[in-house]
Design a protein around this ligand. Structure first.
Ligand SMILES: Cc1cc2nc3c(=O)[nH]c(=O)nc-3n(C[C@H](O)[C@H](O)[C@H](O)COP(=O)(O)O)c2cc1C
Length: 419
């Protein structure tokens, strides 16, 4: 007779050499694509955590559109080029890197895997690409920087206390992160009804349903929650968020509310105090891209936050051409939201992006199997980029251009007006 899941989990715990690797490190090798990793993540995580990582806001229109828009764009190959020596390397912010990818910030990385942020940083370092640590990471930033290695960037959310957020910027500067990425697309809380139903809210709600959900997922319960509980006496908090000492417990509870008063002056302030690469994340309008350049940013991420903030927002791949026309010669442009295949990445580059950021692809990987799973996600994307370069007749990514894509006739009106 099969043992109950919680007992099976305890058994695995005691037989595992390292808890975080409870019998799953090899599993991710079987993944042939990002969707396989997604299914592995679904099986390992609680429903609440999986849906938090996987779903969009409201009716998930923007999330579906992100995929549909990429699928509508077609690649136009050129033939009879010798593509035997093809190389997907690029230079981003003056630094060579092995692939045209960046791991974007994803808040729950440390909840889906014990020290998941470090696992992601290591996977990025192995692949030769930058890793971006989210503001809501669960491990002190200095530890991730030293244990993860490679090129690391820090993503900043500005909470309602602006001065406290600027203290964090000073800490990020002292720690030595190479770039600061300021996320500007979330002045209001997102509306994710399933998160409320699942209790995946802040502060978390402990419910019978949540407890049953955890018991049904013993690998996560033991390998992640169990490991935190024993090592740190509970789930980790947000060690990178600066909360002033004089705050009352009630003020602390409400601290993670987003700031809805920010203007371009805030970005100018950050520019004055941040000496290294400054990236603004969450731009769709070419006029905002021009403003970011005028405020001294070095780069932008054209993003609709994977459909997590504004369910009626334009998709980034549709917004990209107009943004490139407006600031392509002034800023480094990264695009994200919905990229799951190497061919998607080539579409982004062909439309003028300098690199593509992935959020869920590596989040699924780390959820499925920690560092090995995140590395598997990047290996899959690398192989697909390499293969697609071959069938496109490309030996390098510097020569990719709008000539390599055919845009659909129903491209959103804004793009056609600009073009
Ligand atoms: C579960 C989840 C958590 C995220 N957390 C953050 C975050 O903390 N900060 C941020 O700027 N963006 C965050 N994002 C957005 C990602 O950085 C990125 O814009 C998006 O995931 C890209 O789309 P993709 O997931 O389809 O690749 C998050 C996205 C997801 C799916």
């Amino acid at each position: 007779m099969a043992s109950p899941p919680c007992l099976a989990g305890v058994g695995m715990l005691f037989s595992a050499r390292r808890w975080g690797d409870v019998g799953v490190a090899d599993l991710s090798r079987k993944a042939l694509n990002i969707e396989d990793l997604r299914q592995m993540a679904r099986r390992r995580l609680t429903k609440a955590l999986f849906e938090f990582s996987d779903r969009g806001s409201e009716d998930e229109v923007a999330m579906r559109d992100n995929r549909a828009a990429l699928d509508r764009i077609k690649l136009m190959p050129r033939i009879l080029n010798d593509v035997s020596g093809r190389d997907p390397a690029i230079t981003l912010f003056g630094k060579p890197q092995a692939l045209p990818l960046v791991i974007g910030p994803t808040g729950p990385a440390g909840f889906v895997w014990y020290r998941g942020e470090t696992a992601l940083a290591r996977a990025a370092a192995t692949a030769g690409i930058p890793y971006t640590l989210s503001s809501t990471g669960n491990t002190p930033m200095e530890k991730i920087l030293s244990h993860g290695g490679g090129t690391q960037w820090y993503q900043l959310y500005v909470w309602h206390d602006v001065e406290a957020s600027l203290v964090t910027v000073e800490r990020v500067r002292e720690a030595g992160f190479e770039a600061l990425m300021v996320t500007v697309d979330s002045p209001a809380a997102n509306n994710r009804e399933f998160d409320i139903r699942n209790g995946a809210v802040f502060p978390p709600r402990v419910t019978v349903r949540g407890a049953m959900d955890s018991l049904r997922h013993p690998r996560w319960l033991v390998g992640t929650l169990g490991r935190y509980v024993l090592a740190e006496r509970g789930m980790p908090g947000f060690p990178n968020v600066h909360i002033p000492d004089h705050y009352t417990p009630e003020q602390r509870q409400g601290f993670l509310a987003r700031n809805d008063t920010l203007t371009w002056d805030f970005l100018r302030r950050v520019r004055d105090m941040w000496p290294r690469t400054l990236i603004v994340k969450g731009i769709l309008h070419p006029g905002d891209a021009v403003m970011a350049a005028d405020c001294g940013a070095d780069g932008i991420v054209v993003s609709n936050h994977a459909g997590n903030t504004n369910d009626a927002a334009l998709t980034p791949i549709d917004a990209l051409p107009a943004v490139v026309d407006a600031v392509g010669d002034r800023l480094t442009i990264i695009v994200d939201s919905g990229f799951r295949r190497g061919s998607d990445v080539l579409k982004g580059l062909a439309l003028g992006a300098d690199a593509v950021a992935v959020g869920r692809a590596t989040l699924y990987g780390v959820s499925a199997a920690g560092e090995a799973g995140a590395s598997r996600a990047l290996q899959i994307l690398e192989a697909e980029i390499h293969r697609t370069m071959g069938v496109m007749g490309l030996t390098d990514l510097q020569s990719i251009s709008r000539d390599h894509v055919v845009l659909p006739p129903d491209m959103p009106v804004y793009e056609r007006r600009i073009a």
